[in-house]
Design a protein around this ligand. Structure first.
Ligand code: FO1
Length: 333
């Protein structure tokens, strides 16, 4: 027995497993997060989710970007809609509408269980991290899925006509208003997720993957948390972003429209410029291969690949490409 315990103790002091940190928001983020989760064992991957889209609605705390990752990794997400659960029904929403309740934000009957349980646990004082872990475990997910912070951060979209909370812009107004900028309420006092900061500060992170998510409303809320940019800069691991813009379009969501409204070309090159020297590499789609030289001229190495993910195989292929690209960019220790 002693022997096994000493050998166990020996193995336990071996070099800590270096992890991949994925920053995710929206549908595109969840897809690549799923590909990475298929390829990496639970101890090798941590997925940090944007919580700027979260909001209190009908007395419930709604966390769309966390749920997109949870449902995707559990294989229960609705492919068509890109959010929510497959096999959903809308009985409660129909009844709510009949009695004059707010029905602009569609909460499916199955999805409501998530919001009811999460809200109940949060009201009991559990952290969003613990609640997310409980939901992940219940969904059979072993990978670490973390909120970017346990403190509330709320994305406010500045438009010509004033400011809108994110879901009002995205769902109620269907992204029609022209954007002029963004604000993240609560971000100055929000503490970045402790697990993420530990990975970055202990240099136990092997690479950081910025998933193909909207840079303004899915990635910036994470990057702008106090101390995150500095921790990323000094963590010694390569940072690779996958362009969310393919052929001048966002695969899903308002990223391209927002870029045009912010006087930026809706291009992979403009995304590279936007992230600037934060990136050690960028993966762009084959459709945008002609932009590779201009991006490399910025000092950002490029890998051209199929970044559009329409299947589990696509998600794993892109994950493989991103991981091998990051490995080739390893920074000198
Ligand atoms: N998006 C919509 O376009 N319409 C909806 O009614 C809607 C409801 C909804 C409910 C729960 C949830 O987790 C997500 C939901 N989404 C809806 C998507 C959500 O607005 C976006 O996924 C993110 O906030 C942006 O990626």
């Amino acid at each position: 027995m002693a022997q096994s315990s000493s050998s166990e103790s020996l193995s336990s002091i071996s070099a800590p497993t270096r992890q991949i940190l994925a920053l995710s928001g929206g549908v595109g983020g969840a897809k690549l997060a799923d590909g990475l989760a298929q390829r990496l064992a639970p101890g090798r991957l941590a997925i940090v989710c944007n919580t700027g889209d979260d909001f209190e609605h009908l007395g419930l705390t709604i966390c769309p970007d966390i749920d997109s990752v949870l449902y995707k990794l559990a294989g229960k997400n609705d492919i068509e809609r890109g959010w929510g659960l497959a096999g959903e029904s809308w009985t409660v929403m129909g009844a709510l509408k009949k009695i004059g309740g707010e029905a602009w934000f569609n909460l499916g009957d199955l999805d409501l269980a998530t919001h009811l349980h999460r809200t109940h646990l949060l009201r009991q004082g559990h952290s969003l991290t613990d609640v997310t872990r409980e939901l992940a475990t219940a969904l059979g997910i072993a990978h670490a899925v973390w909120p970017m912070s346990d403190d509330p951060v709320r994305t406010i979209v500045k438009c010509d006509g004033g400011e809108l909370p994110f879901q009002h812009y995205f769902v109620r107004e269907q992204c029609h208003p022209a954007v002029t900028g963004f604000r993240f309420d609560g971000i100055d006092s929000a503490r970045p997720h402790a697990g993420m900061m530990h990975m970055l500060e202990s240099r136990s992170v092997e690479a950081i993957v910025i998933c193909p998510s909207n840079p303004f409303v899915s990635v910036d809320p994470i990057l702008n948390l106090p101390g995150v940019r500095a921790a990323l800069k000094h963590c010694g691991a390569p940072i690779v972003a996958v362009s969310p813009i393919v052929g001048g379009q966002a695969i899903k969501g308002p990223a391209a429209k927002m870029m045009r409204e912010l006087d930026m070309p809706a291009s992979a090159e403009a995304i590279a410029r936007y992230y600037g020297d934060l990136l050690d590499g960028m993966v762009i789609d084959q459709l945008d291969a002609a932009q590779a030289p201009a991006i490399e001229a910025l000092g950002t190495p490029v890998r051209v690949a199929q970044t559009v993910m329409n299947s589990g195989e696509d998600r794993c292929m892109l994950a493989d490409i991103v991981l091998s690209f990051a490995g080739s960019l390893k920074k000198p220790d």
